[in-house]
Design a protein around this ligand. Structure first.
Ligand code: IYR
Length: 219
């Protein structure tokens, strides 16, 4: 039988609801993906709270198929930078199609990834393709990439709310991350988030988000 307890629910009056949702929207609309980081240290509590927030995410069968590896060691950051740059160089110079490079051109990205060393923290998110039971047996996980994607959304929102900048970095292939960080075979890297304060002279490309009427259909 399913064990339950009463939902802990805070009722809000509609005006208060709309006000809060507006505030949250305005805050999230200021988030930008940042590539120019300051080396300035970040309170560790912000990293901890962001990961604790991410770990509240809904997940398939509540299996919470994620591991967040926090890297602050500069030697490991350097190893990650070197391996990522080697793969990315191959991507930009050989593996990415002309169509892909054209789609990216307005963002001004390239294979150089100094932010992987400059940002005080890297959060490397791993997806657990299956779990390990009490007797070492394989436990099937459901909706792994959906679950981890939702958790990463909450992670980015929390870090932004705390006044920190992030970059959503997906080097490809990402196998080197599990190797450098010593993760087990059932964990595959999902994303690397450099986290820190933006550099004083940080710049970002001019981009816009699609207007609501292009992304929302009400029937
Ligand atoms: N992973 C590469 C390339 C890249 C791909 C997309 I799609 C982007 O939106 C940005 C970059 C890199 O990190 O440079």
């Amino acid at each position: 039988m399913t064990e339950t307890h009463a939902l802990n629910f805070e009722p809000l009056d509609p005006d208060e609801s709309v006000h809060r949702s507006h505030q949250f929207l305005a805050r999230m609309q200021t988030r930008r993906t940042v590539r120019d980081f300051s080396p300035r240290d970040v309170p560790f509590a912000l990293i901890q709270n962001a990961i604790a927030t991410a770990a509240t995410a809904p997940s398939g069968a509540n299996q919470q198929p994620w591991t967040f590896v926090v890297v602050r060691d500069s030697g490991i950051k350097r190893q990650i930078r070197e391996a990522a740059e080697a793969e990315e160089r191959e991507n930009y110079e050989r593996r990415m199609s002309a169509e892909w490079l054209a789609a990216l051109a307005h963002l001004g990205t390239n294979w150089h990834k100094p932010h992987l060393e400059i940002a005080p923290y890297l959060i490397v998110v791993f997806a657990q393709s299956h779990g390990i039971g009490p007797n070492g047996e394989k436990v099937k996980h459901y909706y792994v990439s959906e679950s981890v994607g939702i958790a990463v959304g909450l992670l980015i929102a929390s870090l932004h709310q705390a006044g920190l900048a992030t970059l959503t970095h997906t080097p490809s292939p990402m196998g080197f991350l599990a190797e450098i960080l010593g993760r087990p075979a059932h964990e595959r890297a999902y994303v690397v988030l450099p986290v820190g304060y933006p550099a004083d002279d940080a710049r970002v490309p001019v981009i816009t988000k699609k207007p609501l009427d292009e992304v929302m259909i009400v029937i």
